[in-house]
Write a protein that binds this ligand. Structure first.
Ligand SMILES: NC(=O)c1ccc[n+]([C@@H]2O[C@H](COP(=O)([O-])OP(=O)(O)OC[C@H]3O[C@@H](n4cnc5c(N)ncnc54)[C@H](O)[C@@H]3O)[C@@H](O)[C@H]2O)c1
Length: 335
C-alpha cells in the first residue's frame, strides 16, 4: 500500500482523489494547496490531512507518491524536488513546459530509480486502446494517414478564473499544451514517431485577451511515411467530441467517442466507450481511474502500465515544433 499526497486541489484533483479512494494499492493521506480553504475542503472531502506548503509534503517520510495537480510551470520543479526526496511522481499533463525541461525530468527519473508517470489518460480509453492494438496487429495494413480535430470552447471567463491560465510563463501555451496535447499524444501513439511537421499557432477569438494561442494546426510526416493533419481550437461554441480518423490500406478507423473500424472486405467493428464520464467535464474522459489503477498496479510489482517521462516528452516535442514552425514558417524536424 502506497501513501499518497495530492499537490494542487483545483479542478482536476477530484479525478485523482476518487481514483485513489477506490484503489486497493494506494491511500490518500495528504492534500496540499497554497490556498488554505481549498486544502481544508479537499481534506474534509477525502479524509486526508491538509497542508499548504508542498515542502512539508516532500519532507514527510510517510508519503511515498506525490500527484502533481498544479499549474503547468510547477510540474518539473516539483517533480525534480519530489524525486530528490525519494518520492514517486504522477504528474498531470503537460509533463514539462519545454523539451529541454522535459529532458531534465527524464534524466532525473532514470537516475533516481523512482517512477514518474504522466497523465495521458485517454490512452486508457477502451476505444483508443483497441484502435492501438488493431494498428499494431497490422490488420488495417500500411497506414497512409490520419486526421485529428479538437474543437472546444474556452472563453475569456475561463482564462480569468485561474491566474496561471492564458499566460506564457505559467501555462506555457494555450490550446496546444493544455487542451489538445492528449490528441497529439494519441496521434504519435497510434502512428509512431513523427519525422517532421509544419504548423501554425495563433490567436483568433481571444486575440489580445490572452498571451497564448487559441487555435493551432499542423501537417505531420511520420517516419513510417504516413502523414496527418491536425486542427485544434478553443474558439468553438461548445466542447465537441474529439475526432481522430486513421486511413489504412485495408480500411479506415473513426474514433469519435465510439470507435468504428471499416475494413475493405466489407466487415466493420465497433467499440463503444463503455466508461463514458457524465457531467459538464465529460470530455476529460474516465481514463484517470484506469491510468491511476494501472500506475499503482505497476508500483506494486504487478502488470500495470506507466506512461513514463520519456513517453510524456513525445507530445511536448510535437507541440514545441508547432510553436517553432509558427515563427520560422518552415518544416521542423522532430529530434
Ligand atoms: N488530464 C486531463 O485531462 C486534465 C484535465 C484538466 C486539468 N489537467 C491538468 O491538471 C493541472 C491542474 O489543472 P486544474 O484545472 O486543476 O487547475 P486549477 O487552477 O483548478 O488547480 C491548480 C491548483 O494548484 C494550486 N497551487 C498552485 N501553486 C501551488 C503550490 N505552489 N503549492 C500547492 N498548490 C498550488 C492552486 O491554488 C490550485 O488550487 C494542469 O496541469 C492541467 O493541465 C489535466
Amino acid at each position: 500500500m502506497k501513501n499518497v499526497a495530492i499537490i494542487g486541489c483545483g479542478a482536476i484533483a477530484k479525478n485523482h482523489a476518487e481514483a485513489l479512494l477506490d484503489s486497493p494499492h494506494a491511500a490518500l493521506t495528504v492534500v496540499c494547496d497554497l490556498l488554505p480553504d481549498r486544502a481544508a475542503k479537499a481534506a474534509a472531502a477525502w479524509k486526508a490531512r491538509a497542508v499548504t506548503d508542498y515542502q512539508a509534503v516532500l519532507a514527510d517520510p510517510g508519503v511515498d507518491v506525490v500527484h502533481l495537480c498544479t499549474p503547468h510551470y510547477l510540474h518539473v520543479p516539483m517533480a525534480l524536488q519530489a524525486l530528490a526526496a525519494g518520492k514517486h511522481v504522477l504528474t498531470e499533463k503537460p509533463m514539462a513546459l519545454t523539451a529541454v525541461e522535459g529532458e531534465q525530468l527524464v534524466k532525473a527519473a532514470r537516475e533516481s530509480g523512482k517512477t514518474v508517470g504522466v497523465c495521458f489518460q485517454n490512452r486508457f480509453n477502451q476505444t483508443a486502446a483497441h484502435l492501438k492494438s488493431v494498428l499494431d496487429s497490422g490488420k488495417l495494413g500500411r497506414i497512409k494517414g490520419a486526421r485529428a480535430f479538437v474543437t472546444w470552447h474556452r472563453d475569456q471567463a475561463y482564462y480569468t478564473a485561474d491566474p496561471w491560465k492564458g499566460t506564457l510563463a505559467q501555462e506555457g501555451g494555450g490550446v496546444l499544451i493544455n487542451q489538445s496535447i492528449h490528441t497529439l499524444d494519441l496521434l504519435q501513439w497510434f502512428l509512431g514517431p513523427v519525422a517532421e511537421l509544419k504548423g501554425t499557432a495563433s490567436q483568433r477569438l481571444l486575440e489580445g485577451l490572452i498571451e497564448v494561442e487559441d487555435t493551432a494546426e499542423a501537417t505531420l510526416r511520420f517516419t513510417s511515411g504516413a502523414t496527418a493533419i491536425f486542427y485544434a481550437t478553443n474558439c468553438h461554441v461548445v466542447d465537441s467530441p474529439i475526432s481522430i480518423d486513421v486511413e489504412g490500406e485495408n480500411g479506415s478507423a473513426r474514433l469519435c467517442e465510439d470507435l468504428t473500424i471499416s475494413y475493405s472486405d466489407g466487415t466493420t467493428e465497433t467499440v463503444q466507450e463503455s466508461g463514458r464520464a457524465a457531467g459538464v467535464k465529460s470530455y476529460w474522459g474516465i481514463g484517470h481511474k484506469l491510468l491511476i489503477d494501472s500506475f499503482y498496479l505497476a508500483l506494486s510489482g504487478g502488470s500495470g502500465k506507466v506512461i513514463d517521462a520519456a513517453e510524456g516528452l513525445k507530445a511536448i516535442r510535437l507541440l514545441e515544433a508547432i510553436y517553432t514552425s509558427e515563427k520560422t514558417r518552415k518544416w521542423e524536424t522532430i529530434g
